[in-house]
Design a protein around this ligand. Structure first.
Ligand code: M6R
Length: 593
């Protein structure tokens, strides 16, 4: 969702901004724009669709200071007029925003009554017009502060001024980080976008205003009305490369990366986990929160905590946290899961739970994000950039970390490390030509059907939910995941000849395997096309039209069961000619509510 990139320094900024925006592409966008200051004049370039250079962009005058923006349309269609930055009538400043101005209509109506004319349909233009009005009474900096305080919602604005040649930015909720490099100052929605230039970052708090001119950086908190010290943090695990390597799509690369990323996420020593474990042991209840895929890993980790470590663990969809607030108590613990670390729903849930006196831990993939900063205990999945909108490697990394945590609480840290090592070797068998061919056959069958169902139970229930989300996201097929027990209570009404039904079958050591077999029998009898995913023991049964074997490693096989669904989703999407890495309507980083 919307990305901001800015630069002020000794280098020529046009290409830096262009490349910075390309590195923000993964967040999702439908149009993009840049503004560069040359001499005393601001020059702009805007385009809809993919970020690519054109003869027109080449003509944008070169400068050393400028800003760029990727827009994910919320208010107003995908047009050049609605694309940011939005320049003031006099051309004195230009502004881009990330977020939503929740009270924009009220503000806009007042301005219209005063005779102010609007060019675009965006909520952002309201900020520009309000600043213009304030400029009659105060300086640009004071006008930005004055107007920003009137905005409701989570928004971050960045302003390029031609008068003093400065960039001003104010953050509230939506992400903004500063990169401090030898050649100048970078300003962006994430640290990944400027990681080729520097790993030194300034992490801003809400209502921090930053003022940069290439030589100096000033930070001022507009609510506390005070100048702040500039604290630069060196990011230890910084990634620089965003490359597909030999793969056609980021998604396939990221799926195959899981051989290593399962290990990276579980490199934590017992000592590293100890503070959180102590907190969990003395706490009352652990709430695990997240949204989308991260919500499913929260569910999976809650399962591990309950069943391996016997901890009172409860998953909550972060956007549903309000329904639980009445029972959340001081001393409860929250563990937040997130790839981006910037998901608005999850941040809001954390803030409310902190107000209740909960301690917060987070497991995040990106560095320097709001979620880590809000946390008492910060952990990282260390999976490297996940560029495909559909999350794959970060999901399994989150589950593996949760498994390590649960096993450590149960006093089985070493065994957990061994099991994950074994698992990471075993999953490689899914990445062979033979396995891909088998999975493609399933995808081929699905390509001709409109829907599918995935049944799991116990340790595989959340894998069924996640498997369904994965296929939906990029194939646009209607796939639902269910706890197998649900089948006879209603879902079975949907089954007809040819319906695709997946069953996740654990090894015969698990009582759940017989329930799954019986559920699959019931759908087979009604003519379903059955696909088993799981233990080899059942692979030859006539019950299944297709079977994808996953290795069964102690009580952690559920993690490997997620991978065939990722691959089905991938091959199905390729077969259907969809945009695998950037599915329609979705953004990687959901920074608005
Ligand atoms: O960055 P987060 O992990 O907090 O994002 C949460 C969801 O928006 C995200 O998992 C989404 O569901 C993905 N598209 C899943 O593939």
């Amino acid at each position: 969702m919307c990305g901001i990139f800015g630069y002020s320094g000794t280098k020529e900024c046009n290409d830096l901004i262009f490349q910075g925006l390309k590195r923000l592409e993964y967040r999702g966008y439908d149009s993009w724009g840049m503004a560069v200051l040359q001499g005393k004049k601001i020059h702009q370039y805007k385009d809809v669709g993919e970020i690519q250079g054109s003869a027109k962009l080449e003509k944008l005058p070169k400068g050393n200071i400028g800003i760029g923006h990727t827009r994910w349309a919320t208010h107003g269609g995908v047009t050049k007029t609605n694309t940011h930055p939005h320049i003031s009538t006099s051309g004195d400043f230009t502004l881009a925003q990330n977020g939503i101005v929740e009270n924009f209509d009220e503000l806009k109506q007042k301005l219209i009554k005063e005779g102010v004319k609007f060019i675009s349909q965006t909520d952002t233009e309201v900020i520009v017009r309000l600043i213009e009005r304030e400029l009659k009474k105060r300086s640009l900096k004071d006008a930005i502060i004055h107007v920003f305080k009137k905005l409701k919602g989570r928004n971050t604005v960045v302003v390029l001024s031609n008068n003093d040649g400065k960039i001003y930015a104010v953050r509230n909720g939506s992400p903004l980080v500063i990169g401090v490099a030898k050649d100048g100052t970078y300003l962006a929605s994430d640290t990944l976008s400027f990681s080729l230039a520097t790993n030194k970052a300034i992490l801003l708090e809400n209502y921090d205003m930053v003022e940069i001119d290439g030589k100096s950086i000033e930070i001022f908190n507009i609510l506390e009305n005070r100048k702040k010290n500039v604290n630069t943090k060196e990011l230890k695990h910084q990634f620089t490369q965003i490359e597909k390597g030999k793969f056609e799509h980021f998604m396939l690369k990221e799926i195959v990366d899981q051989k290593e990323t399962l290990l990276f996420a579980t490199e934590y020593t017992e000592k590293d986990l100890e503070p959180l474990i102590k907190e969990i042991k003395k706490g009352k209840r652990v709430y695990l929160i997240g949204a989308g895929t991260a919500g499913f890993s929260a569910g999976q980790v809650a399962y591990f905590l309950r069943n391996i470590a016997h901890i009172d663990a409860q998953e909550i969809r972060s956007y549903e946290f309000k329904a639980y607030l009445p029972i959340v108590k001081k001393g409860d613990i929250v563990i937040a899961f997130s790839q981006s670390g910037e998901t608005a729903d999850t941040i809001e849930a954390i803030e409310h739970m902190k107000e209740k006196g909960c301690k917060v831990a987070s497991l995040v993939n990106m560095y320097g994000t709001a979620m880590s900063r809000l946390s008492d205990y910060e952990y990282y999945t260390n999976s490297g950039p996940e560029i495909c909108v559909a999350s794959t490697k970060v999901f399994t990394a989150q589950c593996a970390w949760g498994y390590l945590l649960s096993m450590s609480i149960a006093g089985k840290y070493r065994k957990a490390r061994m099991n994950i090592k074994e698992l990471s070797k075993d999953i490689a068998k899914l990445f062979t030509k033979k396995s891909f061919d088998e999975i493609k056959r399933v995808a081929e069958y699905m390509a001709k059907r409109e829907s599918a169902f995935i049944l799991g139970k116990g340790e595989n229930a959340y894998i069924a939910f996640e498997g369904a989300l994965k296929i939906k996201e990029i194939s646009y097929k209607h796939v639902e995941g269910f706890a197998a027990g649900e089948l006879k209570h209603g879902v079975i009404a949907l089954i007809e000849k040819g319906s695709v039904v997946f069953g996740i079958i654990p090894s015969s050591e698990s009582e759940d395997s017989s329930d799954l077999i019986s559920a699959m029998e019931q759908v087979k009898t009604r003519g379903a096309f059955t696909v088993g995913i799981g233990s080899k023991e059942f692979s030859k049964m006539d019950l299944f039209d297709r079977y994808i074997v996953t290795e069964q490693v102690d009580n952690v096989s559920s993690i490997s069961n997620a991978i065939p669904f990722q691959l089905i989703s991938y091959f199905l999407s390729v077969r259907l000619g969809n945009n695998v890495d950037k599915p329609r309507n979705l953004a990687k980083s959901v920074t608005v509510k």
